[in-house]
Design a protein around this ligand. Structure first.
Ligand SMILES: Nc1ncnc2c1ncn2[C@@H]1O[C@H](COP(=O)(O)OP(=O)(O)OP(=O)(O)O)[C@@H](O)[C@H]1O
Ligand SMILES: [Mg+2]
Length: 500
């Protein structure tokens, strides 16, 4: 097969810290080539170099056999390279269709933009992805997973020959991911080169022709499809074997009801949702994209309105006016969208850690107690395994998975009574993910009530005591997690079996 992109001895440092060491790799047309590695291994950095976002410090990149200068995304695009970034980059206040065609607007003979044509094309592209979304909708109103799909749609519409997807499925559920994979396989058949990054090794094994593993910025090796077993990939990633196992279930199930919702409704988002979460319990919430799971969480913490229904927090009637007030009342929400709600990218790790619990570190006369900030940060970085462990680093300089750990730390420092986590292990590598699971269980054992929204079925099954399933804004059932299977949950989620 002909080589699409040749990467030869590419290196990159940030402020003297070398994060890529002489990486060489060949990407061919007609293959799906996955890149695996722990959080911070250098995957996104390498992709950004190919995509013209970062310049390398050394080495060369060839495209179609010719040395290529890729100093801007535009240059990369002209060479036929397109990329979906791990951190989404949509313009929130623009409609879906315009995001898809931004800077490539279709114009008529007089230079007027052809809005109708673009809306039509956008619809077609999203349909191919099995997505039902109005192309005229404003992006800010859409859930994270839908945004992820729109980014993918944008890449498809670019009609490039080399497609790079950096964790495109981190918030997608089974069904959406499969729609994407069908498309990627057909693009591969057309001869396109596809680079795919994911921490979900099942996916990697399902669609890859070859798998390359990076560790600490170095290339460990490339495996063929036959060689790429999960064990082999993992041991190359971390240099040892890791068992994927989950913590034990709740110690006690008779804790006090901490959060109780009855008949919650929000126009066009969700209807008649009733459930409760007890102290010491992890309630899983599963649903497809658009099922309304995130919308329920946003309403509970006051980031969106509730039209009708009641909420009780620790036995008292409760209605949050803002997420800030919810935090004060002991209800925290870890958002699936780090960028929008949650992490302050231009602030340091320690500022992020204490931002939700300033009163804890504020002394007399409102002075921030530096020492205490440091000690809280040190403890959280240790507990969560944040790399690099430097509390004065800017959040923006961390890899995606490490940003996720910091976001979790921010809410832990507020020490809530009820914690809602939305895709808690999104983009987190296999070792750190297990770490987060054990941590959530430990928090529950210490009395926290946890509502965990996730599109990762093994995570839902492995961690939840009960599983609540939503479909198209409605509650389909709440299932005890004994003898539950992935198929069992999916059947309920697809709306085929209903137990309202
Ligand atoms: N803009 C930046 N400034 C400083 N350091 C950076 C910057 N971008 C990345 N790094 C560092 O480079 C290293 C590699 O990060 P990268 O984002 O490539 O990892 P990754 O393999 O994509 O990880 P993840 O799975 O978490 O997304 C990390 O140590 C990260 O902190
Ligand atoms: Mg990354």
């Amino acid at each position: 097969m002909r080589e699409a992109v040749g990467i030869d001895k590419v290196s990159k440092s940030f402020f003297g810290n070398k994060v890529l060491h002489d990486v060489s790799l060949s990407i061919k047309y007609g293959e799906i080539h996955s890149i695996c590695g722990e959080n911070g291994a250098g995957k996104s950095t390498l992709m950004k170099i190919i995509g013209g976002i970062y310049n390398s410090d050394g080495g060369t990149i060839t495209v179609n056999g010719e040395e290529a200068s890729l100093r801007t995304p535009q240059e990369a695009y002209l060479r036929g390279i397109g990329i979906v970034h791990q951190e989404l980059s949509l313009a929130d206040n623009m409609p879906v269709w315009h995001n898809i065609f931004v800077n490539r607007e279709i114009t008529g003979p007089l230079g007027f933009i052809k809005r109708r044509d673009m809306q039509q094309r956008a619809s077609e592209i999203l349909e191919k992805l099995d997505m039902r979304v109005d192309p005229r909708a404003k992006v800010s109103t859409l859930p994270f997973a839908t945004k992820q799909m729109i980014e993918i749609g944008k890449l498809l519409s670019m009609d490039v020959d080399v497609l790079i997807l950096d964790e495109p499925t981190s918030a997608l559920s089974e069904r959406e991911s499969q729609a994407l994979f069908d498309l990627l396989l057909s693009l591969k058949k057309q001869g396109k080169a596809i680079i795919f990054i994911s921490h979900k090794l099942d996916e990697v094994r399902q669609i890859s022709d070859r798998v390359t593993v990076l560790r600490d910025g170095r290339l460990v090796g490339t495996l063929t499809r036959e060689e790429a077993t999960t064990d082999r990939i993992v041991s190359m990633m971390v240099g040892r074997d890791i068992d994927e196992f989950y913590p034990p279930k709740a110690k006690r199930r008779d804790g006090k009801i901490m959060l109780k919702c009855s008949g919650l409704s929000r126009k066009d988002k969700f209807e008649d949702i009733s459930f409760d979460v007890r102290e010491g319990e992890i309630l899983g919430l599963y649903g497809l994209v658009g099922s309304g799971r995130t919308e329920v969480a946003l309403s509970l913490v006051g980031a969106d309105k509730i039209d009708s229904g009641t909420v009780e927090l620790d036995g008292m009637s409760f209605r949050a006016r803002s997420p800030r007030q919810a935090v004060k009342s002991g209800l925290c929400y870890l958002s699936e969208d780090r960028k929008q709600l949650g992490l302050f990218l231009e602030m340091t790790l320690e500022e992020n850690f204490v931002s939700s619990s300033l009163e804890r570190v504020t002394g007399q006369f409102g002075v921030i107690q530096e020492k205490q900030v440091k000690s809280i940060s040190e403890q959280l970085m240790e507990q969560l395994g944040v790399v690099p462990k430097r509390s004065e680093a800017l959040a923006a300089s961390l890899s995606g998975g490490n940003q996720q750990k910091v976001l979790l730390g921010k809410w832990l420092s507020a020490n809530p009574r009820v914690l809602i986590v939305d895709e808690p292990s999104r983009g987190v590598d296999i070792g750190a993910k297990s770490n987060i699971h054990f941590l959530l269980r430990e928090l529950a054992d210490r009395g926290m009530a946890i509502l965990m929204i996730s599109s990762d079925l093994p995570e839902i099954l492995g961690l939840s005591d009960r599983v609540m399933v939503m479909h198209e804004g409605r509650l389909k059932g709440i299932l005890e997690n004994t003898d539950l299977t992935q198929e069992g949950i999916m059947n309920v989620a697809y709306g085929e079996v209903g137990t309202p």
